[in-house]
Design a binder for this molecule. Structure first.
Ligand SMILES: NC(=O)c1ccc[n+]([C@@H]2O[C@H](COP(=O)([O-])OP(=O)(O)OC[C@H]3O[C@@H](n4cnc5c(N)ncnc54)[C@H](O)[C@@H]3O)[C@@H](O)[C@H]2O)c1
Length: 337
C-alpha cells in the first residue's frame, strides 16, 4: 500500500478533472490552480497563482495545461520539492523534455508522464505477451487512431502551434508512438506524410508515419496513422509477432469497448486459434497509472515508473523528425523553446 499523498493540480480542464477523480481514496487534493478560476474551483480548494499552489508544499503536482506550459510548470514544481505527474507530451520539444529531466536529476524528485494508454488492460496485456518472448520477435505494428474533432476545434489551443507545438501527431500520435516504442523498442523514423486538409489551422490534421531501419530487410517496423478527420472515432493497434498476431480495438466510450483478440499460429499454419477478451466498459487507465506513480514514489524508485521522461524524449525526437521530414518547419517555427 502506498502512503496517502497531498496532491496539487495545475490545469483543471478535462484531463485535470480525470486526474482528480483517479486519485486514491485517502489522497488529498490540497490545492488547485487554473488561469480560469472557476475551472480550478470545480476540482478542489482553488488558489490564485501557481506560486501559491507550490507554497502548499504538495507531495505531487499534477500538470494538465496546454502543451506550452507543461515543462516550465513541471520544472518549477520539482524545484519546489514536489514529484510531478505531467501530461503528455511533457512540453513542446525534445529540449523541453530535457529541461524536465535535468530538473528531476537536480532535485532527486520523480516525474511520471501521462501515457495513460499503457494502462488500458488490452494494451498492457499485449505488451506483457510480447515481452514474454513466447511468440517470437515482433515483425511489425500497425496503429490507427483518430477522432472527428468538434465544431470550432481549429479555434482551440490544440490548433495554435505556439500553445500546442503541433497538431494531431502530438494530440493522439504521441500515444501511438509511445505504445509502439513500449512494445518493440525505439525505431528510427523512415518517413512521414502530414496533411492539413479539413481544419482551418497551420497544424497537421492527419499524419502517417513509417518507422524502421531503411537499410534492413528483417528489422521490425511500424506504420502509424492518426487523424482528426476520423468521422467515427477509432482506435486499433495490431502487433504481429513470429507466431501470433494481437489486435486491440476500442478505448471505451466513443471509441467502443476495448477488445483484444489473440490469433495464435499453429505449427502447421492454416487458420489460427483465436482468443477473444472483452474488457469492462469502464476506463481503468487513469487509476492504474496513478497507482503506478504512487508505488514508485513510495519506493523512491524511478525504475518502477511505466511511461516516463525517457519515453517522452523518444516520442518527441520522432515527432520533431516527422515535422521536419513532412515539410512543417514553418509551423514548428511558431513554437517557442
Ligand atoms: N492522456 C490522454 O489521453 C489525454 C487526453 C486529452 C488530453 N491530454 C493532455 O492533457 C493536457 C490537458 O488537456 P485537456 O484536454 O485537459 O485540455 P483543456 O483545454 O480541457 O484544459 C487545459 C486547462 O489548462 C488551463 N491552463 C492553461 N494554461 C495554464 C497555466 N499557465 N496555469 C494553469 N492552468 C492553465 C486552461 O485554462 C484549461 O482549463 C494536455 O497536455 C493534453 O495533451 C491527455
Amino acid at each position: 500500500m502506498s502512503a496517502p499523498l497531498r496532491v496539487a493540480i495545475a490545469g483543471c480542464g478535462l484531463i485535470g478533472g480525470k486526474r482528480a477523480e483517479a486519485l486514491a481514496a485517502d489522497d488529498v487534493v490540497v490545492g488547485t490552480y487554473d488561469v480560469v478560476r472557476e475551472a480550478a474551483e470545480r476540482l478542489g480548494p482553488a488558489v490564485d497563482s501557481y506560486e501559491a499552489l507550490l507554497a502548499l508544499e504538495p507531495d505531487v503536482v499534477v500538470i494538465a495545461t496546454s502543451h506550452d506550459q507543461l515543462s516550465a510548470l513541471g520544472v518549477q514544481a520539482l524545484e519546489a520539492g514536489a514529484h510531478v505527474l505531467v501530461e503528455k507530451p511533457a512540453g513542446v520539444s525534445v529540449a523541453q523534455v530535457e529541461a524536465l529531466a535535468a530538473a528531476a536529476e537536480r532535485t532527486g524528485k520523480l516525474v511520471k508522464v501521462g501515457f495513460n494508454h499503457r494502462f488500458h488492460p488490452g494494451l498492457a496485456r499485449v505488451a506483457e505477451e510480447v515481452h514474454s518472448g513466447r511468440w517470437g520477435e515482433v515483425l511489425h505494428v500497425r496503429g490507427r487512431y483518430g477522432h472527428g474533432g468538434r465544431v470550432g476545434y481549429d479555434r482551440e489551443w490544440r490548433a495554435e502551434p505556439a500553445r500546442s507545438g503541433g497538431g494531431e501527431l502530438i494530440d493522439q500520435g504521441m500515444h501511438l508512438i509511445d505504445l509502439t516504442h513500449w512494445i518493440l523498442g525505439p525505431l528510427p523514423l523512415h518517413s512521414a506524410l502530414l496533411r492539413t486538409q479539413f481544419w482551418d489551422t497551420s497544424v497537421d490534421d492527419n499524419a502517417a508515419l513509417l518507422l524502421g531501419e531503411a537499410n534492413s530487410r528483417t528489422a521490425p517496423w511500424a506504420t502509424l496513422h492518426v487523424s482528426w478527420t476520423e468521422w467515427k472515432n477509432l482506435f486499433s493497434l495490431e502487433v504481429y509477432c513470429r507466431t501470433a498476431k494481437f489486435h486491440v480495438e476500442g478505448l471505451v466510450r466513443s471509441y467502443g469497448p476495448q477488445k483484444l483478440r489473440i490469433f495464435a499460429m499453429k505449427p502447421e499454419l492454416g487458420p489460427p486459434d483465436v482468443e477473444e477478451i472483452d474488457y469492462s466498459p469502464e476506463d481503468p487507465s487513469w487509476q492504474a497509472e496513478w497507482a503506478n506513480f504512487s508505488a514508485a514514489i513510495a519506493a523512491g524508485d524511478e525504475s518502477l515508473i511505466i511511461g516516463g521522461l525517457a519515453d517522452a524524449r523518444y516520442a518527441w525526437q520522432t515527432v520533431e523528425a516527422a515535422y521536419a521530414a513532412g515539410g512543417y518547419d514553418d509551423m514548428r517555427a511558431e513554437v517557442g523553446g
